[in-house]
Design a protein around this ligand. Structure first.
Ligand code: C2E
Ligand code: CA
Ligand code: CA
Ligand code: CA
Length: 281
């Protein structure tokens, strides 16, 4: 039994070492991906429910290693955050998205939402980097929405001052801030009143299940929309997949929606076409 125990320990050790090696290899490949230009941005429309016009798009990163299948963000954002690589990767996404959307904004009024990880907001240079990306691209600050998660602002009850000061500074220039995955963070609701935010994005886990009546989901979505509108925050529903969900969101007064029902995230050229068509409707 003693022998078996030791073997198990050795096995565990090996697995741990292998996992660390695999992570180190991924970090190395991500670093190379930046210099080799292997990242790209897909864009998912955000629809204004009142008239189904495309009001904006969310930038969602993709990794396309040469000769391999495209890698979704869930597979590399975590490693990028742990290694700090999310700082240059996130800056690349922001600059790329501002550059691409500047043209759409001038022609169609399109706004761009960009995801910002907590790690980026701990960097003292973050605020100035964003202002520089805006200036370089010619995109007005009013056309940029930064998507952050609750944890960025409130970390186990403590308000994280560095993040707040970046966001307050950027808001004074006209940039807007959305709380992503709202309702999944378990933090106090008071921060909605006290912190520098403009919109809440209702997490897709709150969408009623398709095909059957879901009164509990309806109650939750209604409560979130009422709370947000009462505080004069904009509301965006994500993960909208069916016509019934769209109908419900309209009834409840949600302003904007995003999801496969309207469009999946698509490459730049397809997004440009969708936005052009949306205006002509
Ligand atoms: P997120 O910010 O919550 O983005 C929404 C995710 O939901 C996207 O997955 C999108 O493709 C997916 N989605 C949109 N509509 C629907 C729908 O109707 N049904 C379902 N089932 N899913 C829908 P994606 O592109 O794989 O991104 C996953 C996550 O990776 C994002 O979640 C975000 O947290 C992170 N991410 C993506 N791009 C970036 C980035 O540039 N920087 C950072 N820090 N994180 C990013
Ligand atoms: Ca997001
Ligand atoms: Ca989200
Ligand atoms: Ca999410």
């Amino acid at each position: 039994a003693k022998e078996a125990g030791r073997n198990q320990f050795v096995l565990y050790d090996d697995q741990l070492r292998e996992k660390r090696l695999a992570t180190a290899r991924t970090v190395e490949r991500l670093r190379e991906a930046l210099t080799r230009d292997e990242f790209l941005v897909h864009y998912q429309p955000l629809i204004r429910l009142a008239d189904e016009h495309i009001a904006g798009v969310e930038a969602l990163i993709r990794w396309q290693p040469a000769g391999e299948k495209m890698v979704p963000p869930d597979r590399f954002i975590g490693v990028s955050e742990d290694s700090g690589l999310i700082v240059p990767i996130g800056a690349w996404v922001l600059r790329e998205a501002c550059r691409v959307v500047a043209g759409w904004h001038h022609r169609h009024g399109t706004v761009i939402s960009v995801n910002v990880s907590p790690r980026q907001l701990r960097e003292p240079g973050f605020g100035l980097m964003v202002l520089d990306a805006l200036q370089t691209s010619g995109l007005p600050p009013q056309a940029l929405i930064l998507e952050i998660t609750e944890g960025v602002l409130v970390d186990s009850g403590l308000v994280t001052e560095q993040a707040i000061s970046h966001l307050s500074m950027l808001r004074s220039h006209g940039v807007r801030v959305a709380v992503d995955d709202f309702g999944t963070g378990y933090s106090s609701l008071a921060y909605l009143r006290d912190l520098p935010i403009d919109h809440v994005k209702i997490d897709r886990s709150f969408m009623p299940a398709p095909g059957q009546p879901d009164p509990a989901a309806r109650t939750l979505v209604k409560a979130i929309i009422d709370l947000a509108s009462g505080l004069r925050l904009g509301t965006i529903a994500e993960g909208v997949e069916t016509a019934e969900q769209v109908q419900l969101l309209r009834e409840l007064g949600c302003e904007r929606a995003q999801g496969f029902y309207f469009s999946r995230p698509v490459p730049e050229a397809d997004a440009a076409r969708l936005i052009g068509e949306s205006r002509d409707r």
